[in-house]
Design a protein around this ligand. Sequence first.
Ligand code: NDP
Ligand code: GDR
Length: 372
Amino acid sequence: MKKALITGITGQDGSYLTEFLLEKGYEVHGIKRRASQFNTQRVDHIYEDPHEGDVRMILHYGDLTDTSNLTRLLAEIGPDEVYNLGAQSHVAVSFESPEYTADVDAIGTLRLLEAIRFLGREKETRFYQASTSELFGKVQEIPQRETTPFYPRSPYAVAKLYAYWITVNYRESYGMYACNGILFNHESPRRGETFVTRKITRGLANIAMGLEDCLYMGNIDSLRDWGHAKDYVRMQWMMLQQDAPEDFVIATGKQYSVREFIEWSARELSIELDFSGEGTDEIATVKSVDNNVAPAVKPGQVIMRIDPRYFRPAEVETLLGDPAYAKQKLGWEPEITAQEMCEEMVAEDLKHARRVALLKEHGLDLPVSLEG
Ligand code: NDP
Ligand code: GDR
């Protein structure tokens, strides 16, 4: 039975990758951080009780800032594959916590690679690094491919640039099977609530049910190449099954604006929007609505405003990936479109919002935040 170790197992990708690897027959080990509250919601449905014996999914406490912990876990588990998905992954937050972001995202990657080397497991352990389209930042070429020059635009992206190159360096220096997946944005109903797609689907679902009044957004002109996390974790595994390690761009090759994503999400809730005004004065007003789907929304209601608080000190305005090499070399193609993904996300968030609204109606006034 193959063994995998996943850092970031409690995150969006970690949860989908765990499901995927369990299905493939792997024993899956994951590193979770100690927190003052439960933080394993995304993997609770696949967690196996160690008291019941014969478990194939095992969680360990740890942290990418803790060298001895990482080294011990690698020695004890002896994984065939390491997926380094753990990161302070929020671009805007990285401007607030640049040093911590560098410690986790850049040096954390080095710690893992160095632990594999220190333990003499260079030939036994294959290593996947969660690299990112943010490396392209201020884009030098459209679309972006494996050979496009990098120009990072945030402390997050600069930290990930170090992680990218240290992965390449350990491959070239020590003959390690180590590779980078340069993944463009990928989302799902399990996406963190403060990333733009989930903020929109969750916010609009809450507005539809009268739990919130208005969505406050940053730069809605921003263009992204959005895929579904389920498609992208499949590719992470494929990258580690080749004869020789290589780096790949993973994207859909299609690009949309944040404004378009707002329009699609609203439409899923039977709300037609009218965008007016410019810059920080831009608003979205309800043109028409089906109150069977969105009972709390009224025509003429302003449900989106711009709040400059969400602007970033340096923005990545446009990202569009070219997945041709992944297609040619690995036969990988995304199966879920951005619109289908949006539909799934809105449906899930609406289900939650309806539940909270129902509880509220019966005097059980739970904070929306508790309902994810
Ligand atoms: P999430 O933010 O959902 O998950 C990040 C994971 O990293 C969580 O499990 C988190 O733990 C963990 N983590 C954070 N800090 C530490 C730390 N100090 N030590 C150990 N673990 C830590 O990210 P995604 O699942 O979306 O992304 C996975 C990886 O892919 C990340 O590295 C991200 O930067 C990268 N990436 C993501 C893309 C995307 O569009 N989703 C695109 C390209 C790259 P906890 O749950 O406790 O917070
Ligand atoms: P990104 O994702 O920065 O691309 O990083 P995010 O969803 O945070 O932002 C996408 C774009 O939307 C704009 N935007 C807003 N973003 C947020 N979060 N909140 C807002 O209110 C808002 N309004 C507009 C942003 O300015 C940006 O242009 C994600 C992360 O998953 C990284 O870890 C990963 O490496 C990259 O995707 C690829």
